[in-house]
Ligand binder design. Structure first.
Ligand code: PGA
Length: 231
């Protein structure tokens, strides 16, 4: 657990971990996240790429989740977000960037397709995670039971409220999403959990020191043998 004094340092350390991995393993499989938390890390990765320190040409990327009902062209879809925030600015092969398809005719089948794809590349080398105020990781919301693979979830009201800031109003926030399950997340060789700001302090404390429970999905990370937490 690294407690750093500023968000800028969190971004630098987070990006350094990723660039070091890609320098030693150019065809690394990265698990990527959306939300506000990783944006600064992505900016540092773009800077490292522009300085010629790292190439993402052979990297494969898998994103955690996507809203159901938003096409990749929608400005609030995670497919769009990833292009804007990272993919359009580095040399990653667009064919190697994977995000669940939120407009698939059958989202349940899409979950299975995504899991098969994940399995075909082996494990994710490094998975970046943010944490929701309710302890969600990806869109795995607190629940009496959790699903292992990629699946459809109904978003918690708290999550829709938190994400309403990106939409005109809360009614526009999709009610459902496709998310990698906790099983897939925990299979990553290294997990990089990132949280910034005092508003995340309570949930981070609960997740890392409280009981391991599906009512706080991030608490399952306590069982992971190689978890790095950047605060
Ligand atoms: P945030 O979201 O990075 O926008 O705070 C994190 C999350 O909900 O997982």
């Amino acid at each position: 657990i690294l407690k750093l004094p500023t968000a800028a340092e969190v971004n630098e350390v987070g990006a350094d971990l990723i660039t070091s991995l890609v320098q030693t393993k150019p065809n690394a499989v990265l698990g990527l996240a959306t939300g506000s938390t990783p944006v600064g890390i992505y900016q540092e990765l773009i800077r490292a790429y522009q300085r010629g320190l790292v190439s993402f040409k052979q990297v494969k990327a898998f994103n955690l989740d996507e809203y159901i009902g938003l096409p990749a062209t929608h400005s609030q879809s995670y497919a769009y977000f990833m292009k804007e925030q990272l993919f359009n600015h580095i040399d990653i092969d667009p064919e190697q960037t994977n995000i669940p398809n939120g407009t698939a005719a059958d989202p349940h089948e899409e979950g299975k397709r995504y899991d098969a794809l994940l399995e075909s590349v082996g494990n994710i080398d490094l998975q970046i995670l943010g944490i929701g105020h309710n302890g969600h990781i990806g869109f795995n919301e607190p629940s009496p039971a959790l699903v292992s693979g990629t699946h459809v979830v109904e978003l918690a009201e708290q999550t829709r409220e938190a994400n309403a800031r990106f939409f005109e109003d809360k009614s526009q926030v999709p009610t459902h999403a496709l998310t990698m399950g906790v099983g897939s997340i925990l299979k990553a060789k290294t997990i990089l959990l990132v949280a910034k700001g005092a508003d995340k302090a309570n949930i981070v404390h609960r997740a890392l020191t409280g009981p391991i429970t599906t009512e706080c999905p991030a608490s399952l990370l306590q069982t992971h043998p190689h978890l790095i937490v950047l605060l």
